[in-house]
Every structure is written in C-alpha cells, then in structure tokens.
Design a protein around this ligand. Sequence first.
Ligand code: ADE
Length: 263
Amino acid sequence: MILIDILTIFPEYFESPFRIGIIKKAIDGGLISIRLVDIRRFSAHRHNQVDDYPFGGGAGMVMKPEPIFRAIRHVRQGGGYKPRIILLSPQGERFSQDKAAALAGFRRLAFICGRYEGVDERVSENLVDEELSIGDYVLSGGEAAALVIIEGISRLVPGVVGNQESVTGDTFCGQFLKYPQYTRPRDYLGMSVPPVLLSGDHGKIDEWRLTQSISRTLERRPDLIDPDGSARLHQEDGRRRATAAGTKGATGSRKPPRSSGRS
Ligand code: ADE
C-alpha cells in the first residue's frame, strides 16, 4: 500500500482521473490511497489568499510559504511512514521511468502542486525532498504533472497491473522504444500485418521485434542509445572521412526523422 497526498489549490482537478482506469482499480483494491489536501484551507488570510507579489518586483504572483508549510505539517501527522515530499515545477529534475520505479518503492509520497509564477524558494530549500519536472515546457500548474507522475508510479506498484510482463516490456523499461504492435484484422483496407507476426515462429518474432525496437529508437530517439551524442559524432566523422576518401559511410543512409507536422 502506498499513501499519496496531493497538495493543491484545485482539488477538484483530480476528481475524474482517479475514478477511472488503473488508478481507480488500485484505489479500490487497497494498493494505493490518495488524499487531496486543499492548500487554501491552510491560509491564515481572511480570503484564503495563498499567493503574493514577488519581492524585487516582476510579473505574476508567487505562492506563499506559510500555507504550504502548514499543509505539510498536517499531512505529516498520522499516516505512519514519513512522506517523501515532491514539488512539481519546471525547474525540477526530469521525471523518468527510473524515477517512477524509485518512487514506487516509497510507502508515502506527498506532491506539492505549484501555481502562479512559482513557489517561494523557502519551500524547495527547507521542506521538499526533491523537485520534479515532466518536461521542458511550462504548464500553468503542477496538477497535470502530479497526475502524470502518479499514473507512472501506480503501474509499477505490485498488483496494480495484472500482467507484470506488460510493465517490464514497456518502452523505457529497457534501452529501446517498443516495437510496433498489431491486432485483428490481418488486413484492413489493404494495410496488412507483417507476415512474420502470423508465422507462429516465436524465435523469428522475437528477432523481428528487437530489430524494430532498435531501428525505431535510432530513428526517433537516438539520445536513448547515445545520450551525449558521441557515437553520432564518431559516425559523422567516419562519414566525412569516407566521403573524403571517395567511399560511402559505414551505416549507409537512414530514413529522415518524421516531420513534426508543422510546415
Ligand atoms: N509546473 C509547471 N510546469 C511544469 C512542468 N513542466 N513539470 C512539472 N511541474 C510544472
């Protein structure tokens, strides 16, 4: 059982996502418990104000420290285990499959959803165990990020996903992206399933899937195989030398990356 507290000024944001799919199943099965904590309840201000102007000037408002510290104090009372406290913000470490697996090992987690232009720095410096981002873009708050992370973690809590193979075989559980998947019909409007998948030869199928995974990863996410780009630089160097010597590069040509859809 993992107990998750979500500190937010919009508890209603989470109403429907937790009532469907695997998170609902996990909650119903007693594998995960989620509590929504409304930060406004911990404001000492008459109008439940939770934000204020930034010292030093600048655009937007900053979330005040007191309501968040008080909300965390409330969360820490009871519940047994000490929660791991996570702040969602675009300045955080990038969330990943490894991070999901690490967090799934905790008995208690508490997510603080930032809003406005940011959260008073004393929260991240003195209250928070880690700061996480779901990617290099700015959302208007941490709620969507908390949802993404909780869904990523929930799948890894033993018992939540029936077939553990479907979790360990996921993209990002290994080094490569997942291979293409097909289901019935065998032929749809002339678009047919690769014959190897219908062959019944599981050795060949495994080999095909691995090849597809590798080529798809090289094409779409070469950074997963070669994070610092050194192999690419080596390859380009090799190609340049080969061209200078009047021969073709070792790897030949590759399909260009898929277009972003923008022209
Ligand atoms: N809050 C705003 N943008 C965010 C992001 N990219 N990740 C996590 N929390 C955020």
